[in-house]
Ligand binder design. Structure first.
Ligand code: SF4
Length: 97
């Protein structure tokens, strides 16, 4: 038995068992567009990657469901509903404040 904490598993919208995820525009997309790499990502590289992911989200029929899910589960990683984790934290902070 290991003493180390279990490795956090990054979930992607298209891997969920939610009704809306079957309509996810990102199904079959490159997950690396939606999630930061494990190494430090340069600001301009991140902006470019996120812009590509947001373009997919912009055409997604379930972006509201996706965003609601990410907000309600405090999803800590990735672009969900067109918003990255920093933007989602700001949305939640505005709701509380
Ligand atoms: S809003 Fe974006 S991340 Fe969410 S299901 Fe649609 S395409 Fe995927």
């Amino acid at each position: 038995m290991s003493d180390s904490a279990p490795e956090e598993r990054i979930r992607a919208p298209w891997e969920l068992q939610e009704g809306w995820q079957h309509l996810a525009r990102c199904r079959g997309s490159d997950a690396s567009l939606f999630f930061s790499p494990t190494y430090l990502e340069k600001r301009d590289v991140r902006a470019d990657r996120e812009a590509k992911a947001r373009a997919i989200c912009a055409e997604c029929a379930v972006k509201r469901d996706c965003l609601d899910f990410a907000l309600s589960t405090r999803e800590p990683h990735g672009i969900w509903g067109g918003f990255n984790e920093i933007e989602r934290r700001a949305i939640l902070a505005r709701r509380v404040g």
